[in-house]
Design a protein around this ligand. Structure first.
Ligand SMILES: [Zn+2]
Length: 576
């Protein structure tokens, strides 16, 4: 049976366990720092971790008890404060935040209560196996194959790939129950955890057993700023690698260990499994071809992009910091170019704000498609993203009192919003201010100067005479939902020179304004104009066409809208 948040506490009250459930606030502590040594033993499919974590009490009351959660396939060995071993009880805590559908939770009694904003440093040790496990998905009815292409994390002798919070709790976390069978159940809990952790830092050193004299040691890669080496303790057979996240931001720490070969090019290094060497060459070549476009928009790359192969050819790709994990089985250069465009933006441009950092990387994918195949292909691709965040737009969140602000692009932790919605926002900005102006604004951006949410909007505003404050307010500083355009009326009148003058009134029924393209179709052709229509407002435009106008279509898909069924208007012509 699956325990929900309420029933868990209810049980505690009835059995009066050692754990006082009343006072346990699982989300009181932020884990402000991790310093971990991780030993990966591929042959045993095991992981052993020793290290230090710092907990900061971000609640308003003193906390005497802390919850530390790791994957249910791992076991706690010790928890100490300084030299003092601490008392703790462990229990299985059912939660879909881990691929096993449960966590090993240690309820730790701290040496003394930690005051609000106070910290405590703990020395921890835990170990166990990480096996392929899609329990959380199969138990809610996801077909086995789909579940395994999503939850592909595991340690095996040949290939290891493990992602962090939200996939495998291979480092300690502390969250309330996340339930995949509830709408937004997991994404909300995970969003709160990531938001709490975004200023935290993590240092991880990975090592694997020493390999024998004539064997090649495996390569360990991780996201974040990375150091690899195959020499430690004087032995070239002692593989290790170190990874830093300063700060974590919204990234999910992940690592891979495999006998990778690699293709090294000026813009990118592609790590491939031996059987995917050809696809890796093709991927690297496709990436090199995209560099010109990326440099033109986002400047020269500051570091090399890194891509690492996944063994399961159906595995869903995943980004961890600067590292992209994707199966290199498809030698389709268009797909490779599309993926590489995203990665190369990260290598050239960075921002601590996800709507800028990820939004621009997705925007570049649309730019790439437009360059390769034209605007319509780019719009079709953006349409796939629109489906994702339109659903998110309709979901009210349960935990946040002020959704408008918490769901805004500048503060959201929802990936659909800061990726897919942000991509549309960048596309709309380009349509409104033009390419040269937007490129200049991006070139002026300095991440270290980005202290205010308004920093980037001001850089863009500085490049244009046009007032954009309303746009940033509707789309960036707040979540005003989506516009809903409707052609209210279109009257045509024959002019002296045998042309037609159309007077079109557009109505925006939504709470977000936008500049939207509208196309007038007439016998033998069409004309497209753009019109700014603020939230809950109307706007009028006159369009001259050379032949009898037939219909008006508002929005080519570049502006996300809540309702698309009312966008076409047939014209009745009055002959005067
Ligand atoms: Zn990205």
């Amino acid at each position: 049976m699956k325990l929900r948040a309420r029933s868990v506490c209810f049980l505690c009250i009835l059995c009066a366990s050692a754990v006082s459930c009343f006072s346990l606030d699982r989300e009181a502590f932020t884990f402000s720092s991790y310093d971990l040594n991780v030993r990966v033993e591929p042959e045993q499919q095991r992981l052993g971790v020793r290290g230090k974590i710092t907990l900061r009490n971000d609640s308003t009351t003193p906390q005497k008890i802390a919850a530390l959660q790791i994957s249910s396939s791992l076991d706690w060995r010790s928890i100490k404060a300084g030299e003092q071993p601490l008392q703790f009880v462990t229990q299985t805590y059912t939660s879909d935040i881990d691929h096993t559908g449960a966590l090993s939770e240690a309820i730790v009694t701290l040496p003394q209560a930690v005051a609000p904003k106070g910290t405590v440093e703990l020395e921890i040790a835990y170990e166990g196996v990480i096996l392929l496990d899609a329990t959380r998905l199969t138990r809610i009815g996801t077909p086995e194959a789909a579940a395994k292409s999503s939850d592909w994390d595991q340690i095996t002798e040949r290939f290891t790939a493990v992602r962090g919070a939200g996939y495998v709790a291979w480092y300690p976390i502390a969250t309330e129950v996340a339930d995949l069978s509830e709408d937004e159940g997991l994404s909300e809990v995970l969003g709160r955890w990531k938001a709490r952790e975004s200023d935290s830092k993590m240092e991880v050193r990975f090592d694997s057993p020493v390999v024998s004299e004539n064997a090649t040691p495996p390569i360990t890669l991780c996201g974040g700023t990375e150091l690899h080496a195959v020499t430690r303790g004087g032995s070239p057979k002692f593989p290790w690698s170190q990874c830093s996240y300063h700060p974590l931001g919204l990234s999910v720490p992940a690592f891979v260990v495999a006998d990778y070969g690699f293709v090294d090019r000026p813009a990118i290094t592609v790590f491939n499994l031996p059987e995917h060497a050809v696809a890796a060459e093709a991927y690297a070549a496709a990436a090199e071809k995209v560099t010109a476009l990326i440099t033109e928009w986002f400047g020269a790359s500051r570091r090399k992009a890194e891509t690492a192969d996944l063994a399961n050819s159906d595995a869903a790709p995943f980004e961890s910091g600067s590292l992209l994990l994707t199966p290199l089985t498809v030698a389709d250069s268009k797909l490779a170019g599309l993926v590489a465009a995203h990665q190369l933006v990260h290598a050239a441009f960075s921002s601590p704000r996800p709507w800028i950092d990820e939004g621009l990387a997705h925007f570049a994918q649309a730019l790439y498609l437009e360059q390769q195949k034209g605007r319509q292909t780019a719009l079709d691709y953006m349409g796939l993203h629109r489906a994702a965040f339109s659903a998110a737009e309709k979901q009210p969140t349960k935990h946040e009192p002020d959704d408008e602000v918490s769901r805004s692009l500048v503060s959201t932790t929802n990936e659909e919003l800061y990726r897919s919605k942000a991509m549309h926002v960048w596309w709309m900005l380009r349509d409104m201010v033009g390419e040269p102006a937007l490129k200049k604004a991006l070139a002026a951006y300095r991440p270290e100067q980005d202290k205010e949410p308004s920093y980037m909007p001001r850089l863009i505003q500085a490049q244009t005479q046009r007032d954009l404050e309303w746009f940033f307010d509707d789309w960036v500083y707040r979540d005003h939902g989506l516009p809903d355009f409707k052609v209210e009326s279109a009257f045509s009148r024959k002019t002296m020179n045998d042309a037609y003058m159309l007077t079109i009134t557009l109505d925006n029924l939504g709470n977000a304004g936008a500049e939207v393209p509208l196309t007038v179709k007439f016998a033998g052709g069409e004309i497209t104009k753009r019109l700014e229509v603020r939230a809950k407002s109307k706007a009028v435009i006159r369009v001259e066409v050379p032949a009898t106008p037939q219909e008006v279509v508002v929005n080519d898909g570049s502006v996300p809208e809540s309702e698309l069924t009312n966008n076409t208007f047939k014209i009745a012509t009055e002959e005067k």
